[in-house]
Unconditional design. Structure first.
Lengths: 237, 304
C-alpha cells in the first residue's frame, strides 16, 4: 500500500500542479484565436492580426484561404478577387479592402481600428475560384483598452460624468464647426468650378481673337505689299 | 505658291490641330505594365520549346519588369516583390526547358494571380476606379504596340510621334484611297507582339467601357477604331495607316471622352504643351499675300 502511495502521490501532485498552471490566469494564452470554416474543398480562416484585441489600437482583419485539407492544403493566390468582405458590429457594416500579406501566400489583411468593445464579425459574399461562399464568421471579442491603462486616465465616476458632459458640449460645438466648414467648402468648390468655366471661356475667346488678329495681320501685310507695288509701279502711259 | 498654300490648308483639316502628349501617370503605368506582362507570357505559352521566340519574350519581359519594379514593389509587399519576378523566370524556364505546355500554363495562371494581387497593393483605390486612369493605361499599351509594330516593319518614322505623320510621304495616298500596300515584316516576333498588345489594349478598353455605359456613343467609336487598328495590323498595313488609326481615329475620341490629357497633367504636375502641327494663321497670311499678288499680276486678264 505504501509502495502504491509512493508512486501515486507524486503523479497526482504533478497533475494537480499542471492543472493549476494551465488554468491559471497568468498562463500563456494561444497567440491566435482564429476560426477556420470549410466550404467545399476550400478552407477559410478568419481572425484579427493581433490578438487579444483592444479598442482604439490599430489592428487588421485577417483572412487566409487554402485549397485542400489538413497540412496538405495549398494557399489560394488572388483568392479574394471575386469576394466582397465586410466587417459587422451590431447592425453596422463596413466593406473592407483586403490586401495580400507580405509574408504568407493566400493570406489577406484589411487594416481596422475597432472602436467599441464587443463582438465583431466578417461577412463574406462571393466566390473563391468556383466555390460560392455566403457566410458570417465571428471574430475574437474586442476588449477595452482601459484594461491596459496604468495609472487610470480618469478619476472617480462623478468626475467621469462631469467629463462626459464637457465632452458632449465639445462634440456639439465641433459638429457645428464641421457643418459650417462643410458649407464653406461646398461654396468654395462651386466658386472654383465657376472660375474654371470662366477661364475656359476666356481661353476660347482668346483663341478666336488670336486667329482673327493673325488673319488681320496677314491682310495688313497684303495691303502693305499692294501699297508698295502701287507706289513703286510706274504709271502706265 | 497659292496652290501649295491651299494644299497645306487642306492637310490641316484632315486631322486634329494638336499633337497628343501623354504624361506619365504611375497608376496608369502600373495597370499598363500588368496588362503588358500578361500579354507577353500568354504569347510565350504559344511558343513553348521555341528558343528564339522565348529569348525575345524574355528580353521583352525584362523591360516590363526590371529591378526598379522589384524594389518599388518590395517597399509595399516583399512577397510579391519576390514571387512576381521568380514566377516570370519560372515561366520562361519551363517554356524553354520542359517544353510542357501544361506546366507553362500553370505558371502563367500563378503569375496572373500575383499580378492581380499587385494592383491594389500598388494602385490606390480611388485611382483604380478612375476611368481616366484606366483610359490612360489603354493609351500606354497602345504605345507599346505601335513601338513594336514600327520595329517589326523597320519603319523610319516613330509611329508614336504624331508630328511625323506629316513627314510621311505616303500619308496622303493612304488617306485618299483608303488602302495601302502591305508592309514587309522584318521581325516576326515583334509583329506578333504588336498584335497581342493591341488586342490587350482592346480588352482593357472593353472592361473600361463596361463600367462607363453612359458614354456608349464614344465607346462605340473607340471600339470601332481599335477593331480597325487590329485589322490593319493583321493586314500588315503601312506606318501611315496605323498612325492614322491611332492618332486620328482613336486618340482624339479617347482624350475627349475620358479626359486623358488632364489626367496626365494632374498626375505629373506637368502641362503637356499643345503643339500646333502647322500654324494656321501663317497659312492664312500666305494665302492673303498670294491672293493679292495673283490679283495684281493677272488683273488685266481677270477684267478688273
Amino acid at each position: 500500500m505504501n509502495k502504491i502511495n509512493r508512486v501515486l502521490v507524486p503523479i497526482v501532485f504533478s497533475l494537480v500542479i499542471a492543472v493549476i498552471i494551465f488554468a491559471s490566469p497568468i498562463s500563456i494564452k494561444p497567440v491566435e484565436a482564429h476560426i477556420t470554416k470549410v466550404y467545399g474543398n476550400y478552407l477559410v480562416q478568419v481572425g484579427w492580426d493581433n490578438e487579444p484585441v483592444y479598442t482604439g489600437l490599430p489592428n487588421a482583419a485577417q483572412v487566409t484561404v487554402k485549397k485542400g485539407s489538413g497540412d496538405s492544403a495549398q494557399p489560394v493566390i488572388n483568392a479574394l478577387k471575386d469576394m466582397q468582405i465586410s466587417v459587422k458590429y451590431g447592425g453596422v457594416t463596413k466593406p473592407l479592402d483586403f490586401l495580400p500579406s507580405s509574408t504568407v501566400d493566400g493570406q489577406y489583411h484589411a487594416v481596422l481600428i475597432p472602436t467599441r468593445v464587443g463582438t465583431y464579425s466578417l461577412v463574406l459574399k462571393g466566390n473563391v475560384e468556383n466555390q460560392a461562399i455566403d457566410d458570417e464568421i465571428p471574430l475574437d471579442d474586442v476588449a477595452s483598452v482601459d484594461s491596459l491603462n496604468f495609472p487610470p486616465s480618469s478619476g472617480s465616476s462623478s468626475s467621469d460624468t462631469t467629463n462626459m458632459g464637457q465632452v458632449s458640449t465639445l462634440i456639439n460645438q465641433l459638429t457645428g464647426d464641421i457643418e459650417d466648414a462643410k458649407n464653406n467648402a461646398d461654396a468654395a468648390s462651386k466658386s472654383v468650378s465657376n472660375v474654371v468655366q470662366s477661364f475656359q471661356e476666356v481661353k476660347n475667346t482668346t483663341d478666336s481673337l488670336y486667329m482673327i488678329s493673325m488673319t488681320g495681320i496677314g491682310i495688313g501685310i497684303a495691303g502693305i505689299v499692294i501699297a508698295v507695288i502701287a507706289i513703286t509701279r510706274k504709271p502706265q502711259a | 505658291m497659292l496652290l501649295s498654300a491651299i494644299i497645306a490648308s487642306g492637310l490641316i483639316y484632315t486631322h486634329p490641330a494638336f499633337a497628343h502628349n501623354f504624361g506619365g501617370d504611375e497608376s496608369a503605368s502600373w495597370l499598363a505594365k500588368m496588362a503588358e506582362i500578361r500579354t507577353e507570357v500568354s504569347i510565350v505559352a504559344k511558343h513553348v520549346g521555341d528558343k528564339g521566340a522565348i529569348d525575345y519574350y524574355s528580353d521583352a519581359l525584362g523591360e516590363y519588369w526590371n529591378a526598379n519594379d522589384t524594389r518599388e514593389m518590395g517597399e509595399r509587399n516583399t512577397l510579391l516583390a519576390t514571387e512576381i519576378p521568380s514566377t516570370i523566370n519560372a515561366t520562361l524556364d519551363d517554356a524553354q526547358k520542359t517544353g510542357n505546355e501544361n506546366v507553362v500554363n500553370d505558371d502563367i495562371t500563378k503569375l496572373n494571380d500575383y499580378l492581380d494581387e499587385s494592383i491594389p497593393v500598388r494602385v490606390d483605390k480611388d485611382k483604380l476606379n478612375n476611368s481616366t486612369v484606366q483610359a490612360l493605361a489603354v493609351v500606354f499599351v497602345l504605345k507599346e504596340s505601335l513601338e513594336k509594330y514600327g520595329d517589326a516593319i523597320n519603319s523610319t518614322v516613330d509611329l508614336n510621334d504624331m508630328s511625323q505623320m506629316n513627314m510621311s510621304g505616303d500619308h496622303m495616298s493612304g488617306m485618299s484611297n483608303g488602302m495601302s500596300m502591305p508592309s514587309t515584316i522584318v521581325d516576326q516576333n515583334k509583329y506578333e507582339n504588336s498584335i497581342g498588345l493591341a488586342t490587350t489594349a482592346q480588352s482593357v478598353f472593353n472592361d473600361l467601357a463596361a463600367k462607363n455605359t453612359d458614354k456608349s456613343d464614344a465607346n462605340a467609336k473607340i471600339s470601332t477604331a481599335l477593331t480597325k487598328l487590329i485589322q490593319d495590323l493583321n493586314n500588315k498595313s503601312d506606318a501611315s495607316t496605323i498612325m492614322t488609326d491611332v492618332h486620328v481615329n482613336l486618340h482624339p475620341v479617347l482624350i475627349s471622352t475620358y479626359n486623358v490629357q488632364e489626367a496626365a497633367e494632374n498626375s505629373t504636375g506637368y502641362t503637356p504643351p499643345a503643339v500646333p502641327e502647322f500654324p494656321l494663321p501663317a497659312i492664312l497670311i500666305v494665302v492673303s499675300i498670294a491672293g493679292v499678288v495673283v490679283a495684281t499680276r493677272f488683273r488685266p486678264r481677270l477684267g478688273f
